[in-house]
Design a protein around this ligand. Structure first.
Ligand SMILES: Nc1nc2c(c(=O)[nH]1)N[C@H]1C(S)=C(S)[C@@H](COP(=O)(O)OP(=O)(O)OC[C@H]3O[C@@H](n4cnc5c(=O)[nH]c(N)nc54)[C@H](O)[C@@H]3O)O[C@H]1N2
Ligand SMILES: Nc1nc2c(c(=O)[nH]1)N[C@H]1C(S)=C(S)[C@@H](COP(=O)(O)OP(=O)(O)OC[C@H]3O[C@@H](n4cnc5c(=O)[nH]c(N)nc54)[C@H](O)[C@@H]3O)O[C@H]1N2
Ligand SMILES: [Mo]
Length: 722
């Protein structure tokens, strides 16, 4: 230990009151904006407590209501600790313990057999962001499936519509440093739930307000942050593109534009002007439900407020037209020159501010040529029940819980229940997906493995080192795929890289943002801010083919989208499918729940208790029409499925819009059926993205489930453990 490290260790130690407790640094792994720094209290080799690390200037020494109890997740009774093989029918959760050698041999044999009979494309990896750690999210696993020639997975379930919109418009995923937003005079929180899913944005907003900023929330759901805003604008779901076009119309009409910025740093201005001319605020009002006066008022407020920032979320792009929504919004700061200011502009994702060497990590060069087919992860149900040439015969799930998170869940379950499908699930906890597996393998948690952590919101790169020994026979994803590569006889040296090698490779792209950052420095300092200009586009520097903001995009034209941007109604909506809307008149959105992170944490008794019950928030008018009051239960259904949810009545949304926070585990739902039986698996306009918030449903009064108040009990299922 160097002297500085000794001082650091002593300071850390002083935070523990118990002399037998060692305090270690760690980083929250979850798929969330904040990527918080944590302190882990370890006693006798056991993590007894986790708390926020005050050394991180953005996450400020506190954790969210979920990660504050991370140790309960690590030691959960649902933890998978050993490899297991299915012994009963699929879906019943009967398993026996086997050894790692048996598990690896069986998987290798089945993969060989499938490849011999149907080709390697009959193998489908299925993973998302159970952890966003650079190593455990995607490195050795990608190498393994590339080398096999397995089907590629389109990882679209969360962010790809907005991602493609950012790239088409700005050329990269970057925005202002959130720490600079305290200087903003206007913060527009647009389709991101800042009081549940990005909780460290909230104190930054409050600080800006103390200094005179106005907070506008644009969201069809009147959640806590929307209630506390200076102005809450509530558009109909999926209509934001029309709202923005109306705002642009007003900006053009009143010449509230930064012509110098437009001339120097944008292309396609004329085409955009023509498009905006078609969208008077009156026309936009008819589509969005926001008045023309409010649309004009917003345009003037945005133009006049410097610095002003559009803090945009992923919620609003979970529509069949979600890519165009993000594209339209991302154009605004270039029209008005807000990019010039520190703390101003547009921030959705910051992930382009790191510049990891993904080619070195994932090794796409290992893939056969021509490249294997790609399967869109949101169409998993279709992939398992309809896709042929070859059909999917082996499914390998890790970092994800598709039985619950993927849309159109009935179709997914029909696929997972196929007797001829060989399914492997590598998991920390015995999820609903595990019940459909042939082999379940144990995965380590963040306290047990090494990872390199970035954030898609702030600019701090961090190293997460293991705080405790691995539990049972759990292994990190990287180690799992090293073992599998060996079992399959893959001899490429890259399958022997250690986790430390992988960190070095991730940092090796020569990115200017990572200049001077090495594994050794991270080991000593744990947290290092990347070298990024505070106002990245103050003088242009966009990463599009033209180097400018592209109001007209050739790339989009090639994908069959409007090369400028236009409003297309959501596939299921009053405007988009009037006939369906007569049968199913309620637009259901299913955003993030406060106490869960997708399905993560949703097995914990504490979180379920705090979340209360699977809920649908209804407007007064819709509730009255159906004779429903708060506390009643309702059946919410459409042609895809039906679930029972408890009703809360209030001014949550416009009439005709309902909200159900996601996601309860199916086994804790009243009828054992998850919310995603209702959702649509139609890909969005850009990037094949998910459309979890584009659903029409009907709501009617239903019987309350047994046991009032309704309490989910773990004994609703029997997990056979050894
Ligand atoms: N507590 C908690 N935190 C989380 C998560 C969680 O499940 N729970 N999930 C994590 C993950 S994976 C992600 S991707 C992020 C997701 O976090 P967010 O980006 O916040 O995504 P959502 O919760 O889906 O939706 C955010 C908001 O968008 C609104 N919205 C829906 N449709 C529209 C629309 O058409 N227009 C507008 N303007 N708004 C709309 C919703 O009502 C919601 O309030 O959060 C992460 N953090
Ligand atoms: N209706 C509706 N559905 C949604 C959404 C919505 O808003 N509404 N949100 C969508 C969004 S934004 C997303 S991102 C997806 C998320 O979908 P998923 O990525 O499937 O997210 P989780 O439900 O959190 O499940 C992640 C699983 O990974 C496991 N895991 C964590 N770390 C590791 C690890 O190191 N190794 C392995 N092998 N496993 C690990 C966890 O135990 C957990 O079971 O869900 C989507 N589904
Ligand atoms: Mo997500």
């Amino acid at each position: 230990m160097s002297d500085t490290e000794k001082v650091g260790a002593a300071r850390l130690q002083s935070r523990a009151k118990d002399p037998d407790v060692t305090v270690k640094k760690a980083v929250c792994p979850h798929d969330c904006w904040d990527t918080c720094s944590m302190l882990v209290h370890v006693k006798d080799g056991r993590a007894v407590r986790v708390m926020g690390d005050p050394d991180n200037p953005v996450t400020r020494g506190y954790l969210c209501v979920k990660t504050n109890h991370y140790e309960e997740r690590v030691y959960s009774p649902d933890r998978v600790l050993y490899p297991m093989r299915r012994t009963g029918p699929k879906g019943t959760g009967q398993f026996e313990r086997i050894t790692w050698d048996e598990a690896l041999a069986e998987i290798a044999a089945r993969f060989r057999q499938v490849t011999a009979e149907h080709g390697a494309e009959a193998i489908l990896p299925y993973s998302y962001a159970g952890t966003i750690g650079v190593l455990q999210y995607g490195s050795m696993d990608r190498r393994f499936f590339h080398r096999l020639g397995a089907s590629r997975l389109g990882r679209t379930i969360c962010a790809s519509a907005g991602g493609e919109a950012m790239v088409a418009t700005l050329g990269t995923k970057q925005g202002p440093d959130p720490e600079d937003m305290v200087h903003a005079k206007l913060i527009v929180v647009w389709g991101v739930n800042v009081t549940s899913s990005n909780t460290h944005q909230w104190p930054i907003i409050q600080e800006a307000r103390r200094r005179g900023a106005t907070l506008v929330v644009i969201d069809p759901y009147r959640y806590k942050g929307a209630r506390e805003a200076d102005w809450h604008i509530s558009p109909r779901p999926g209509t934001d593109t029309a709202f923005v076009l109306g705002v642009m119309n007003a900006l053009f009409a009143e010449d509230l534009l930064d012509h110098d910025y437009i001339d120097k740093y944008t292309t396609g201005f004329e085409q955009l002007a023509q498009k905006a001319a078609q969208w008077t605020p009156e026309r936009a009002a008819a589509v969005t439900g926001v008045s023309a006066d409010d649309i004009r008022k917003f345009a003037r407020l945005w133009h006049a407020s410097r610095p002003g920032v559009l803090r945009v979320g992923y919620g609003l792009q979970r529509h069949t037209n979600g890519g165009s929504i993000v594209r339209a919004i991302a154009m605004l700061p270039a029209l008005t020159g807000h990019w010039r200011d520190r703390g101003g502009g547009f921030l959705l994702s910051q992930s382009g501010s790191y510049g990891f060497n993904s080619a070195a990590l994932e090794r796409p060069d290992l893939m056969p040529s021509p490249m294997p087919r790609e399967i869109n992860m949101i169409e998993l149900g279709k992939a398992l029940t309809e896709v042929a040439n070859p059909p999917v015969k082996a499914l390998f799930v890790y970092n994800s819980n598709p039985a619950n998170v993927a849309p159109n869940a009935s179709r997914v379950l029909a696929g997972l229940s196929r007797e001829d499908l060989f399914t492997v699930v590598h998991e920390q906890l015995f999820t609903d997906t595990c019940k459909w597996a042939d082999i379940v393998l144990p995965a380590t948690t963040q306290l047990e493995h090494l990872d390199l952590m970035y954030s898609y919101w702030h600019l701090y790169l961090q190293l997460n080192e293991p705080a405790i020994e691995r539990l049972g026979e759990a292994v990190p994803n990287t180690e799992l795929f090293r073992r599998l590569a060996a079992a399959m006889g893959l001899t490429d040296p890259c399958f022997r890289d250690s986790d430390e090698d992988l960190v070095r490779q991730a940092l090796s792209a020569g990115s200017p943002y990572l200049e001077g950052i090495t594994l050794e420095r991270l080991q000593a300092e744990q947290i290092i801010k990347v070298k990024r200009a505070p106002a990245p586009f103050a003088e242009g520097g966009f990463k599009t083919p033209s180097g400018k903001v592209e109001f007209y995009s050739e790339t989009l034209a090639r994908t069959g989208n409007d090369p400028v941007v236009d409003y297309v109604p959501p596939a299921e909506s009053v405007d988009g499918s009037p006939e369906l809307a007569r049968k199913y008149p309620i637009h259901l959105i299913t955003p993030a729940a406060h106490h869960f992170l997708n399905t993560t944490f949703a097995n914990m008794a504490r979180m379920m208790k705090n979340e209360g019950a699977p809920t649908v928030y209804l407007n007064f008018a819709d509730a009255k029409e159906r004779g429903l009051q708060s506390g009643d239960w309702a059946r919410v259904f459409n042609d895809r499925g039906s679930v029972r949810l408890q009703v809360q009545v209030g001014d949550w949304s416009l009439a005709g819009v309902a909200v159900s926070p996601s996601l309860w585990w199916s086994r804790f739902m009243p009828d054992g059926v998850g919310l995603n039986v209702l959702t649509l698996d139609t890909p969005a306009d850009y990037g094949g993205g998910a459309s979890f918030h584009t659903n029409l449903v009907q709501v009617e009064k239903a019987e309350a489930p047994e046991g009032q108040p309704w309490v989910p009990t773990p004994d609703r299922y029997q997990l056979i453990k050894n």
